[in-house]
Design a protein. Structure first.
Length: 278
């Protein structure tokens, strides 16, 4: 019998379909990631309150706002928040610039405050919480400037929470941090590490390592298309971005978030032009 239940809160499209996971233990709840908007954080808090026991702790998988923004509203100020050293450091660096960039778009739905995870963990460090053993694996740059995944174990049950290392379902991923070469290398590594573990992504439905294989195929196709269209230049014109979007929509028909394609195009063009994406 499973010693913990996994409850998933998934935001709507405006919240980028981001997943927050509530792990229900015998005496409380452990939160993994916290959504983008104020309303997401509050909805997560309501979902947690409907479960048995208090929120024991929260974890952040990586340094993107759709996974850390909601923390003040989901867990308040007193619940301990864990993350890798690099994730916490990156959140401290980007939270204010991201607010300046996106609050004009989101208005009052973009939080006016944030929490930096104060309990930092090194690679391979574990936390014991109400029968759960949660081990953090720090990965460095990949989909974001600071990635990690969490392996949760209780008895014989194991589950991995992989953040945005793979986007589940039919969804265009975020590539605007410009680390697709490093991201591909992480996917190769994780196919070995997580071969027998159920994967819970930051966007989309859970699955097996097929999620990682599908993400690799997408990134390879994206990089090849950018390489051809940019022809060595570090950015694309608006017309070229439209061409790229059309190609990726043909590659992944009916996928949501097609605006992500153009958003990340310049970062990947620059990465490839500088040779960093090899």
């Amino acid at each position: 019998m499973t010693d913990f239940a996994i409850h998933t809160f998934t935001a709507d499209e405006s919240g980028i379909f981001a997943n927050a996971y509530l792990l229900q233990t015998p005496h409380g709840v452990v939160l993994i990631d916290a959504g983008l908007r104020v309303s997401d954080g509050r909805a997560i808090a309501e979902r947690a309150a409907a479960l048995s026991g208090p929120v024991l702790a929260a974890f952040v998988t990586h340094a993107h706002p759709d996974h850390f923004n909601g923390l003040p509203y989901a867990v308040g100020d007193d619940v301990p928040v864990y993350a890798s050293v690099s994730v916490a450091k990156t959140i401290a660096e980007i939270a204010e610039p991201k607010r300046e960039q996106w609050r004009p778009v989101y208005g009052d739905e973009w939080p006016d405050r944030h929490r930096i995870p104060e309990r930092t963990l090194g690679d391979g460090a574990s936390v014991e919480l109400d029968g759960l053993r949660i081990t953090l694996h720090e990965l460095g740059v990949g989909e974001s400037h600071a990635d990690s995944y969490l392996l949760v174990e209780a008895g014989t049950e194991r589950a991995a929470f992989i953040g945005d290392l793979a986007f589940g379902d039919l969804m265009h991923p975020y590539t605007a941090d410009g680390h697709t070469g490093a991201w591909l290398a992480l996917l190769d590594r994780l196919e070995q590490e997580l071969a027998a573990v159920r994967l819970h992504p930051g966007h989309g439905a859970p699955g097996d390592i097929g999620l990682l294989s599908a993400q690799r195929r997408y990134l390879l196709a994206f990089r090849q298309a950018v390489l051809r269209i940019a022809d060595g230049r570090p950015s694309l014109t608006d017309a070229q971005k439209a061409e790229l979007t059309g190609l990726m929509e043909a590659f992944l028909p009916q996928a949501s978030l097609p605006w992500m394609v153009g958003l990340g195009s310049d970062a990947v063009a620059r990465e490839l032009a500088e040779g960093a994406g090899k």
